[in-house]
Design a binder for this molecule. Structure first.
Ligand code: GUN
Length: 285
């Protein structure tokens, strides 16, 4: 079997068309959705991610501004910038690009973002809401993975989903979202014994483990859906994911590539979360 490629870039383009219509409807009500991205320091990969996020906003007519602070910015300076953005009624979403320089307390910074503007869904209110199945901002990557599965018509109810990776940004919220969709979920991580024994039992395998090509074809159940959240630069300059794409596509039924899979979906869901916030503003005003 050769798997069908889950083209996240194409799905994200399709979603953006719908988002642009929502921006137009908001404009008619006198509201321009706005996202502020805060970047501290000069991490090259973070700069690229932030640029992509800002460009995506502009592509649908959403306002975005990037606040760049130097690598030597103090925690107080970052908190002051967030306080200003919290108080700006024209800003619907605030995202602080992670990781932050080591001298800044990431937790303190994330918790300083107003809960209603936390479009990353990283604040404890939003983390709690997801775990209780109540409304709140859902982190962009897991929300994007589920949107991708929905788009492909994968009926999650009753399937065995295996998530590899237990990060706060991806693995843990991913496991909760899949549970909320009635999948039976196994959450694996770096200390899991015999990882392959678990992954081979997955109908849906979501990998966010941080090891280039660590998932080989022998770790995939025939016919499984493989979603690859990893992204790594290889020695020859090309990108690859946590799964060995060429090998796994011979076993899986659906597989997301890297690049062009989950990455564009993450950005699309950032737009979705910001639009959700702007639409709530429209109801309030
Ligand atoms: N760094 C890597 N992924 C993310 C993300 O989803 N949000 C933020 N804010 N920083 C990140």
């Amino acid at each position: 079997m050769t798997a069908v490629r889950l083209d996240g870039a194409a799905i994200a383009r399709e979603l953006r068309t719908g988002f642009a219509s929502r921006v137009e409807r908001l404009a008619a009500a006198g509201i321009r959705p706005g996202l502020s991205v805060v970047l501290v320091g000069d991490d090259a990969a973070s700069r690229v991610y932030v640029r992509n996020k800002a460009q995506a906003c502009e592509s649908i007519g959403m306002r975005s501004d990037v606040h760049v602070l130097g690598a030597d910015a103090t925690e107080a300076q970052v908190l002051a910038r967030i306080a200003a953005l919290n108080g700006d009624a024209e800003i619907d979403g605030i995202l602080v690009q992670l990781p932050l320089p080591a001298h800044i307390d990431e937790h303190a910074v994330v918790e300083a973002i107003a809960a209603g503007k936390d479009v990353d869904g990283f604040r404890r209110e939003n983390v709690g809401a997801l775990s209780q199945g109540r409304p709140g901002f859902v982190p962009c990557t897991p929300r994007g993975v589920v949107a991708m599965l929905d788009h492909a018509g994968v009926e999650l109810r009753g399937l065995h989903a295996v998530v590899v990776g237990r990060s706060n940004i991806v693995g843990k919220p991913m496991a909760q979202l899949l549970t909320a969709r009635d999948a039976t979920v196994t959450l694996c991580h770096s200390r899991t014994v015999d990882l392959a024994a678990h992954t081979r039992r997955a109908d849906v395998l979501v990998v966010a483990a941080g090891g280039p090509k660590m998932i080989g074809a022998d770790m995939v159940k025939p016919g499984a859906v493989v979603i690859d959240v990893g992204i790594h630069r290889q020695a020859d300059g090309t990108l690859c994911g946590d799964a060995d794409y060429d090998a796994c596509r011979e076993v899986a039924s659906l597989i997301s590539p890297v690049p062009g899979g989950v990455g564009p979906m993450t950005i699309a869901m950032l737009l979705a979360n910001t639009l959700d916030a702007a639409e709530r503003r429209a109801v309030r005003t």
